[in-house]
Design a protein around this ligand. Structure first.
Ligand code: 2P0
Length: 303
């Protein structure tokens, strides 16, 4: 054991997009996610030898701004009289590229703090804490999870063997953080109300689709919900988009493969990368097709 705590990335099938309340963090609409166990962060905490709090991601010393951001969060739930610490974190997920690094990073950090400061918190308490660091991280504690408007996080049972590929458009840090983007959409998007209503219906339909083991229905909702979320960015002031021409090319590839008979569906988050949802039984033939049509990086994600 190397004393690292692990946190996983998760990708929403029905997105969380907008905070109804910031303290505590509550989503405007219920949302649901699939955890990607092969995309994770690992974090450990040691006593700092410099006399200052320090924070490293993938061996890179983080700026004072990043240190104070993480310390402000930690100081809300660790003992107020504490020694200076060194937070060492590794991401297998590219950081801040719309690949859910904040959910895996926050989950790993909260668990690492629980260990280091001997907080003895229950999973339920850790979930509650994680949410205040990154809303979506509360869903990473379960393979499939829902997060409701009243703050409840629940495990969802799913009998289907689902998996995802990521068609990587860019691993660069996004220009606008998801937090800032979400806030702008809540405040200014002319179709924000319509989004929350659509997302609530999508959530109910998604729950039934999962109960019915209906992959076609799950996939269709996943795609239309992602497009609905992204349309709020276009109707914001100033308007913006996470998606690039290459994102649209990747979506076209997914549609083309689907029309050829291999069932798969796309979804996109706060970045240009395109995730492809499929059933594990289709892995080999789908991978062959994707490799042939998508010439850039492909990440295979284990669920
Ligand atoms: C999601 N995203 O449901 C949505 C879809 C991005 C697009 O949750 O402000 O880092 O820390 O609560 O959790 C990313 O937002 O935002 C996110 P905060 P978080 O996965």
């Amino acid at each position: 054991m190397d004393n690292f705590s692990i946190g996983y990335a998760n990708i929403a099938l029905v997105k969380y997009w907008g905070k109804k309340s910031k303290n505590p963090v509550l989503p405007f609409n219920p949302n649901i996610s699939l955890r990607l166990d092969s995309l994770y962060s690992k974090t450990k905490i040691e006593k700092s030898s410099s006399g200052y709090d320090e924070f490293y991601i993938n061996d890179k010393k983080q700026s004072d701004k990043e240190v104070s951001k993480i310390i402000n969060f930690i100081d809300k739930f660790v003992p107020s009289k504490r020694e200076r610490i060194k937070i060492i974190s590794y991401n297998t997920v590219p950081t801040a590229a719309g690949l859910s690094s904040s959910s895996s990073g926050t989950m790993a950090l909260v668990i690492a703090c629980n260990e280091y400061f001997k907080l003895n918190k229950s999973t339920e308490q850790l979930i509650k804490i994680a949410k205040e660091g990154s809303g979506s991280s509360c869903r990473s504690f379960f393979k499939m999870a829902s997060w409701l408007e009243d703050g409840t996080v629940k495990e969802i049972k799913c009998n289907l063997d689902l998996a995802m590929f990521i068609l990587v458009v860019s691993e660069d840090i996004k220009e606008i953080s998801s937090r800032e983007a979400m806030e702008r959409c809540v405040k200014t998007s002319t179709n924000f109300k319509e989004w929350t209503e659509t997302a609530k219906k999508d959530f109910d339909s998604m729950i039934s689709a999962i109960e019915e083991n209906n992959f076609t229905k799950i996939g269709k909702i996943t795609e239309s919900n992602a497009l609905a979320m992204h349309s709020t960015t276009k109707c914001a002031t100033p308007s913006f988009s996470f998606l690039t021409e290459e994102s649209y090319e990747a979506m076209d590839i997914v549609k083309k493969i689907r029309n050829s008979g291999i069932e798969c569906y796309f979804t996109m988050d706060a970045g240009p990368n395109v995730k492809v949802l499929y059933q594990k039984k289709d892995h080999d033939k789908l991978y062959e097709e994707i490799k042939y049509l998508w010439k850039k990086k492909i990440i295979q994600c284990m669920v």
